[in-house]
Design a protein around this ligand. Structure first.
Ligand code: AMP
Length: 423
């Protein structure tokens, strides 16, 4: 009786073939852009103490309330698969004393994240993000540089119909005054709000701007706007960020309803969307989080960063020219075995290592094929040279030129190098 087939869990997928090649190309672009701007790679663990996200992302957010994959380890500690990258990066900043380094410390990552969301096109339960965080400076140039780097990445990936919206959430004081004003407005219109928004008037009134519930949308149309209540300093900071974006020719719209779904943002927030994506139009976004490091037990440290979804960039962009997937990259040497005895296989294996150490793209027969089958396989792989290992030495064949000669086994690597060099 055959066993039932197993499938990848709902909302997850395998990355194969062209998709894998496209991701490799995207990662190379991201690295070139970000490392060129002084960002260093960081990778944090796939899971963290649950408390990091409770404290960092915020108890009132959708992520913490209903989207985390949380489990207990054998010792009863609560762990959570990371739903986002900023809180872990800030945790690492504190844990490694990075405030002692020259500031700002700029870090980038490309990792997978986990959210228990309703799976659909462009929305998964395990997805990948490329992200960049700059910690330790409040300079508006950090904000503008950060946004510009993501704009550059999206442009280089040919993401279609991109729109950038920016806003400012101000500092702590303006925000708490504004919260009260907004709460009053929401309470006055409570009957028209969705249950979800109504239940969060106390904990997260700003999220009402993200609702698509018709009654809530109507109430929010004449809600007070935070942008109109910024302190002078915050307003100046935002004006400077905009002036720098203008100077860098990065087009944007100011959108006073933009609040973003995470609690940690202060001052600048932004989001890139693509109209090519349909319902899940967010490609990437982020903002400033000047209090997060302190909330996680570190020294007061401003921060600014973003994350962009790899799947959405690829969905809305042109899959870059990446040539053949590496497994089909033109092969320089194929080692065929005249006989499949242990001795010949071992000689071939040693020669394979020598060829690779010399920098050649080399493969040997691994399929136990007949000699004819091996030669067919070598030409299917596009091998430039084939060495057929016999009991004594090798037959060295030029698959393009067609010539063939008998040489010693230890002369094979040199013969390939000489042949390639003469091309
Ligand atoms: P966020 O951390 O929610 O601001 O997300 C940043 C970006 O990550 C979004 O703009 C999306 O491109 C991507 N993203 C977020 N959640 C998902 C998901 N469940 N599936 C795929 N991509 C996602």
């Amino acid at each position: 009786m055959s066993e039932p087939k197993l499938k990848a869990p709902r909302g997850t997928f395998d990355v194969l073939g062209e998709q894998a090649a496209a991701r490799t190309a995207l990662e190379a672009r991201a690295r070139a852009i970000l490392e060129g701007a002084g960002y260093e790679r960081i990778e944090t663990p796939a899971f963290e103490a649950t408390e990091l996200f409770q404290r960092g992302v915020g108890e009132s957010t959708d992520i913490v309330r209903k989207e985390m994959f949380t489990f207990e380890d054998a010792a009863g500690r609560s762990l959570t698969l990371r739903p986002e990258g900023t809180a872990p990066v800030c945790r690492a900043y504190v844990e490694h004393g990075m405030h002692k380094r020259r500031q700002p410390v700029k870090l980038w990552y490309l990792s997978s994240f986990f959210r228990h969301e309703r799976a659909q096109a462009g929305r998964y339960r395990q997805f990948w993000q490329v992200g960049a965080e700059a910690l330790g400076s409040e300079d508006p140039a950090v904000d503008a540089e950060s946004i510009t780097l993501l704009a550059t990445l999206l442009r280089e990936m040919d993401v279609r119909d991109v729109r950038l919206r920016v806003s400012s959430l101000g500092g702590a004081e303006a925000r708490s005054e504004y919260r009260e004003r907004l709460q009053e407005h929401l309470r006055a219109n409570e009957a028209s709000l969705s249950d979800d928004v109504r239940s969060r008037i106390d904990v997260n009134p700003l999220r009402a701007f993200d609702s698509d519930h018709p009654g809530t949308v109507r109430v929010m149309e004449d809600a007070p706007r935070l942008l109109e209540h910024l302190s002078e300093e915050d307003a100046e900071h935002f004006a400077e960020v905009r002036a720098l974006l203008d100077a860098a020719n990065v087009p944007y719209e100011v959108d006073s309803t933009l609040v973003r779904g995470l609690d940690y943002y202060t001052r600048t927030v932004f989001e890139f969307t693509s109209d090519a994506l349909g319902a899940q139009s967010g490609v990437g976004g982020g903002g400033r989080y000047d209090r997060l490091v302190e909330q996680l037990g570190g020294p007061a440290t401003p921060g600014m960063g973003w994350a962009a979804g790899i799947e959405r960039i690829l969905l809305a962009g042109e899959v870059p020219e990446v040539g053949q997937p590496t497994s089909y990259a033109p092969l320089e040497l194929f080692l065929a075995l005249e006989r499949t005895d242990g001795e010949t296989r071992r000689r071939a294996f040693v020669l394979l290592q020598e060829a690779r150490s010399a920098g050649l793209k080399a493969q040997m027969d691994l399929g136990g094929r007949s000699l004819k089958g091996q030669l067919g396989h070598a030409s299917a792989l596009g091998a430039r040279y084939v060495a057929i290992l016999g009991s004594d030495g090798a037959t060295f064949r030029d698959m393009q030129g067609g010539g063939q000669e008998q040489i010693a086994t230890d002369a094979v690597v040199h013969a390939v190098l000489r042949g390639l060099h003469d091309l």
